[in-house]
Ligand binder design. Sequence first.
Ligand SMILES: *Cc1c(COP(=O)(O)O)cnc(C)c1O
Length: 395
Amino acid sequence: MKAPAIVGKRTDTLLQHGDRLPEDDSSVAPPIHPSATFRAGDAQQFAQMASRPMHARYYTRYGNPTLERTAQLIAQLEGGEAALLTASGMSAVSTTLIGLLSAGDHVVAQTSHYMGTSKLLGELLPRFGVRVTLVDQTSVQQFNDAIEPNTRLMMLETPVNPTLALTDLAAVCALARKGGVLSVVDNTFASPINQNPIALGADLVVHSATKYLGGHHDLTAGAIIGSPGLIERIWDSAIVLGGTLAPHDAWLLLRGMRTLAVRVERINASALRIARALEKMRGVARVHYPGLPSHPQHALARQQMRGFGAVIALQLEGGYREAERVMSRLKLFTQAVSLGGVESLAAHAAAMWAGTLSDEAMRAAGIEPGLIRLSVGLEDSRDLLTDLRQAIALH
Ligand SMILES: *Cc1c(COP(=O)(O)O)cnc(C)c1O
């Protein structure tokens, strides 16, 4: 079964033309509007600007033409009607949850999430009276059993860090809808090119645009996509929380998105080739990648994703020291966190989380001491494989 296609224009065309505005002047590249505030023509217009939600020309924390333009393109990419940009992916997640939840509400979320989201659900939201139940994302039944009469929201994330476990979006979003529960999906690891949660039944999608959408490791941004009603509700809190994206970064994000589809398609092909080769390499115990038939949810991956992304989790036969040895020998892969950009990156998972998670918590999250997370970039995949071979080889 093929995952549903993006609504409207074909993606490659959408990425070049989806944000064109009728009032554009003759410049082919979009303008940047750095202005923090916008002039009203007369008193009546001022009153109208001040009272209309999400006005793009009133005050930049409330709205800005460059932000609006970039947001509109992201909304169309995800098959949503409206979108809001934020200063980071974590700002997108926290603004969404704080905007929609109140004391006494119950949330169903996954045992594995992006670290910041786990902390938000486990520590910050409970301080404000929100209760959270965490379930194994690979079990639809556990989501079903966790729904209570006051469950307001389900937080989903697929594929998830670092084991690339999946959530069955169609099944879980249908459960949420049936129970009158809002579903929010962090779609960062898939990218809108590989997966569109709204088409699978989700109410809202969030992104760390720092990753694939920006794609060049040179900006931090977030996005929230959904219906105009939900986005306006979240905007009402966003203007108070204040995580506004800078217009220059919104422009850079739009610039990066012009090549999103070609980048992701090439990355999908390279990462699959590398994942297959790694599975056969001596010294490698296991390769976690949704595109491999050995992935426990490969059938689900093929059903809800069009491609499998940049991230490969590589379990070495050796432990912590062996991972350190391999990391120090890598030459083309840069030792750095983040993912989805043009340069290939590698991170030693256990070292990445040593400061925040106990050894037991790490094992529970599937973070083995010898686990290395790769993000495949746009270098030639043969060169990347040569680099991995020489780094992993025992002499
Ligand atoms: C990086 C990331 C975030 C946080 O995004 P920032 O832009 O770093 O704030 C949230 N969710 C996922 C899945 C991520 O990979």
